[in-house]
Design a protein around this ligand. Structure first.
Ligand code: RBF
Ligand code: MG
Length: 466
């Protein structure tokens, strides 16, 4: 049965007249997809039909999945057809492991970098996409081919496997992974782990993470089914073992083959791409998020996280510092956002461990004191930077510039993922809103105690040993 909702609103075009690429997904009160049709006033007058019934990539629309409302800017009429009127509620979560819960990319570079150098070859981090979501055999074959290695795929696997397992103990959990596992575990939401890796490898890797093994009622490895992802087998087997229908499973995946597998299994799939700037490729996912910190379980009928306070998410604090460098000279001072950019030299590991996004905390300047700070980490989608940058904005009016001065940051909370904007004004407005959120939150006891962190203090009192 089709239910039609006619909504009016304003539709937003950006200043060049082209549309902003925003993936639209509305699960509103429908069981899955809602199709959105935008009808321009002119076309309506002419009695013509819809501009486009599938708005993906073409039109920018904000939808509130909770109540089915749609906020659209511009003077257009929006028709929404909901294919199935009942909201789909996920009752359990199936998680991928490598790249989703564990930051295995760094390990891959580490192991392959060392191994390839023995053959006089150099690992190119960009090749990582050739391995993502693949079965171990496929990934190995891809590397042997890409680097023209003088060994068979099986020889390569035998040589590389021990190097790998030796390092399992060093694999870090992705930011938000422990929080997610504790949250669903605490609410009694059944969880399964579904990975292309052989089961022994899965168990080996998770054994270094406290509380993980007990949290999964089901674990399925690539060696336990006929074919690995992108075949749906692993996910279907996980649902079977969980004793639930595939449609009540929410899959969380970082790779495209993994998303394909989840969709082929008839599940709802949230993609968390582990390689940057790739989200536009995940078209079959029901939602693409930037990191696990951005997961909103309530969108899928699951218990919401309750740890957000005043628009902020407390995170395990982390530290970074260095001399203030000149940014990209976009006149941020003129815009009222004088960022004190940090050199990323020597911080590539730290940077790769933290998802891009807007964070906040405290900043120590050796000659000036400790200040509230809000910052962006990432590629600034509005400017599409080639490099991941750290751009802290110290929430204080300084009389003069302080390039070259040592800046120390303790980062204590998260606000939102980086976003693109239709105009510089809306970007600036959002950054100012981030500033207000951070300013207020930093007075809360959970965040304010970090003002006295020795890392900041030692920098302020005595800069000689920096
Ligand atoms: N750039 C973006 O393209 N998208 C963002 O969502 C974004 N958020 C930011 C949030 C804060 C708190 C700060 C300080 C910067 C942000 N930036 C963002 C980077 C901004 O575009 C850059 O610092 C400009 O140089 C500011 O004029
Ligand atoms: Mg993966």
């Amino acid at each position: 049965m089709l239910t039609w909702h006619i909504l009016s609103g304003i539709y937003l075009k950006n200043c060049t007249g082209s549309y902003n690429p925003v993936i639209f997904s509305a699960n509103s009160n429908g069981n899955g997809k809602a199709n959105l049709a935008l009808v321009s006033p002119q076309e309506k007058e002419k009695g013509k039909g819809n501009l486009n019934s599938n708005t993906k990539h073409k039109h920018s629309v904000c939808a509130s999945p909770q109540n089915g409302s749609i906020a659209v800017t511009g003077r257009y009429t929006v028709k929404m057809s909901i294919a199935k009127p009942l909201k789909k509620l996920a009752s359990c979560v199936i998680l991928d492991l490598d790249g989703t819960l564990l930051n295995t990319d760094a390990l891959l570079s580490d192991v392959l970098g060392g191994f390839l150098s023995k053959y006089g070859k150099q690992w190119d981090g960009r090749e990582v996409h050739k391995t993502l979501g693949k079965t171990p055999l496929e990934a190995a074959a891809a590397i042997v081919e890409a680097y023209d290695l003088p060994c068979t795929t099986n020889e390569f696997i035998s040589a590389i496997n021990p190097l790998y397992s030796e390092k399992w103990c060093n694999i870090k959990a992705q930011p938000g992974a422990n929080r997610l596992i504790k949250h669903f575990g605490g609410h009694g939401v059944p969880m399964a782990l579904a990975s292309n890796s052989p089961r022994v490898n899965i168990e080996g890797k998770i054994s270094f993470h406290q509380g993980w093994k007990e949290s999964f009622s089901v674990i399925i490895g690539g060696d336990e089914v006929a074919s690995g992802k992108p075949s749906p087998d692993i996910y279907l087997e996980a649902a079977k073992k969980l004793n639930v229908e595939p449609f009540s499973c929410l899959v969380i995946e970082d790779s495209i083959p993994g998303v394909t597998a989840g969709k082929a299994a008839g599940m709802e799939v949230v993609a968390v791409p582990s390689i940057p700037k790739q989200s536009h490729l995940y078209t079959s996912a029901d939602e693409v998020i930037n990191s696990l910190l951005d997961l909103k379980p309530e969108k899928w009928g699951l218990p919401p996280f309750q740890d957000w306070v005043g628009g902020t998410l407390p995170i395990e604090s982390w530290y970074i510092g260095g001399p203030v460098i000149k940014g990209l000279g976009r006149g941020s001072k003129v815009l009222g956002i004088p960022t004190a950019n940090l050199s990323t030299e020597g911080y590539s590991t730290v940077l790769s461990e933290h998802p891009s996004g807007v964070y906040f905390g405290w900043a120590g300047l050796s000659t000036k004191g400790v200040f509230k700070m809000v910052m962006s980490i990432g590629w600034n989608p509005y400017f599409n930077n080639p490099e991941k940058t750290i751009e802290p904005w110290l929430l204080h009016d300084f009389a003069e510039d302080f390039y070259g001065e040592d800046l120390r940051l303790v980062i204590v909370g998260y606000i939102r993922p980086e976003a693109n904007f239709s105009s510089i004004e809306s970007l600036i407005a959002k950054i100012h809103e981030d500033g207000r959120i951070a300013e207020k939150a930093l007075d809360l006891p959970i965040y304010s105690t970090y003002r006295d962190d020795p890392y900041l203090k030692s920098c302020v009192k005595d800069s000689s040993h920096l």
